[in-house]
Design a protein around this ligand. Structure first.
Ligand SMILES: NC(=O)C1=CN([C@@H]2O[C@H](COP(=O)(O)OP(=O)(O)OC[C@H]3O[C@@H](n4cnc5c(N)ncnc54)[C@H](O)[C@@H]3O)[C@@H](O)[C@H]2O)C=CC1
Ligand SMILES: O=C1O[C@H](CO)[C@@H](O)[C@@H]1O
Length: 337
């Protein structure tokens, strides 16, 4: 019997812990492209939106701080062409750790680059604090500052909670409140989320947690915690990041072959059926000719996919600056292969 299919672009979830009613489309467009892929990202984004995709995940940091300008241009062109209105889109941006104590400034810079009056979701990108270090040659802020020995450097007296305290205040601020519809965090673990919930100065609790999430890192414990707290989980690097290694997992091919669908459709359908949001990245506009549906996978297939990450969870995003965070341990190159 063939699987029931549904339109991917119609899958959405209601966010909790918000001031107004906010829905997030479950299928989004990731934009962590290389700095030399600005034009390609813009072209692919326009194709995605023309195909019905409404959720755009970006960040101040992406493309060395340049991607938001390309996205802003794409959005303006799509609006002028009559494809969408601003209100049709769900735009997420994030505060990078070098703006850890200047969240409102970061938001302002993103809004300007994106050419919009508000974002739908503002996230703290990492629970880390970096100093502001300027590149002598370009005059631009360095996203990942390192010392002369190549070690990441952190703000000595910084406390990551300050960033979310500030993001929380933006929502209540009469001057800035209308610039953000929902707030959240990224790369937090359960302990850090518990700290946010225990902090009485934080009145607006996170609506969203964005973390690496895919069949090899199924984040069961975090998802359970978030479900209890009304936090919607967005999975980043759903395909295992560059090169899409997840799509080569034999279990996904087997399930896909059984139903006559591609491993990509299997992964995306797994996310949607688990009430998660998924934000894969591509700069290939032609992909959006094929990406239309998700499928109602049988429970046994969902469990089989859940099992992949149970015995040997594998984290694909391995940033040296994150090694100070529990669970974000560095791998050697050999382990990485
Ligand atoms: N909050 C955070 O710290 C992070 C957030 N993100 C967000 O999540 C998004 C997605 O994660 P990424 O790490 O960028 O990678 P991803 O897991 O989406 O994989 C991207 C790779 O998959 C390939 N791909 C895409 N569609 C494909 C298809 N249909 N068939 C075959 N290959 C395909 C792409 O060409 C690219 O090489 C980012 O772009 C960004 O928006 C990503 C990393 C960290
Ligand atoms: O969002 C992000 O993207 C990069 C990796 O692609 C990662 O460092 C950051 O959190």
């Amino acid at each position: 019997m063939s699987l029931q299919k549904k339109l991917l672009t119609e899958a959405k979830l209601k966010l909790h812990n918000t001031k107004t009613e906010v829905f997030i489309p479950q299928y989004g467009f990731g934009t962590a492209s290389a700095p030399d892929q600005l034009e390609e990202t813009k072209t692919a984004l326009k194709a995605a939106v023309k195909a019905g995709v409404r959720n755009i995940d970006t960040a101040r940091y992406y493309g060395n701080g340049h991607i938001e300008y390309a996205i802003g241009e794409a959005i303006q062109e799509l609006i002028k062409e009559g494809v969408v209105t601003r209100e049709d889109l769900f735009i997420t941006t994030k505060v990078w750790p070098n703006y850890w104590n200047r969240a409102a400034d970061s938001l302002e810079t993103s809004l300007k680059a994106l050419q919009v009056d508000y974002v739908d979701l503002l996230l703290q990108h990492w629970p880390l604090c970096f100093p502001q270090v300027v590149n002598d040659k370009t005059g631009e802020l360095i996203g990942k500052p390192h010392d002369e020995n190549g070690e990441p450097i952190y703000e000595k007296d910084g406390d990551y909670i300050v960033t979310f305290q500030q993001i929380n205040k933006i929502l209540d601020d009469p001057a800035n409140g209308k610039k953000v519809r929902a707030i959240g965090v990224s790369n937090y673990d359960v302990l850090k989320l518990e700290r946010v919930f225990a902090d009485e100065s934080i009145k607006n609790k996170p609506s969203v947690l964005q973390v690496e999430l895919n069949p090899q890192l199924n984040q069961t414990e975090l998802i359970d915690f978030c479900t209890k707290k009304g936090i919607t989980v967005i999975g980043y690097s759903p395909l295992g990041s560059s090169g899409a290694p997840i799509l080569k997992l034999p279990e996904l091919k087997e399930i896909g072959d059984k139903h006559g669908i591609k491993p990509y459709d299997v992964v995306i359908s797994w996310f949607i059926s688990k009430n998660l949001v998924v934000i894969p990245r591509t700069i290939n506009p032609d992909r959006f000719k094929d990406i239309k549906y998700y499928y109602e996978l049988p429970e046994e297939d969902i469990k089989k996919i859940d099992q992949i990450g149970e015995t040997k969870p594998y984290r694909h995003i391995d940033e040296d600056f994150a090694h100070v965070l529990p669970g974000f341990t560095g791998r050697t190159k050999t382990e990485n292969e």
